[in-house]
Design a protein around this ligand. Sequence first.
Ligand code: E4P
Length: 217
Amino acid sequence: MQFFLDTADIDEIRKGLDLGILDGVTTNPTLVAKTGRPFREVIEEICSVVPGPVSAEVVSLDAEGMVREGKMVAQWAENIVVKIPITTEGLKAINTLSQEGVKINTTLVFNPMQALMAAKAGAAFVSPFLGRLDDVSSPSLGLVASIIDIYMNYGYETEVICASIRHPMHVVECARMGADIATMPYAIFEKLIKHPLTDAGIKGFLADWEKVPDKPF
Ligand code: E4P
């Protein structure tokens, strides 16, 4: 499974890279706004430090505008992925840009048919939003399972990015289902490695280590 950070904060991204297992980054307008920095500057900086795919979102609502913005953003770096919401206009833009070789991450996906349409249009990635579905009492993990089943039935190579992740169990369940990628805030990335019994175990071993005679280190 690939791990992406869902952030535009360069310090968090550097911390993630230091762990050595960060595969990519997703951003959205909300995350970029939080940095208080210009869009292009932020995206170019992230692309320069992250070797993997970096998603940057378009904001036009019509296909023509999405294609124009997508083409512009795609020129900023080789690892750019253009993020487009799954609307009627979005679908047209996904189709056009994918045919021109631009990688697309289809965002704001909340049902399996949206994901199938995105794959048919040639999207490289599709992002079902788990947390936002949970927020309205809709089963989010079932959505991921359905998308994976449907893609397998027809051999689509579109990669599934589990997004809007709110806690480690979302990542566990997505991994169990074989989702390609989980994108998450840095706080959750850190939580994945932590366990109180690991910390307690280290404490106990270090206390006993003090009793070992002639320690080599
Ligand atoms: C994914 O690409 C989105 O940026 C993100 O996961 C949205 O998460 P949120 O629902 O926590 O805003």
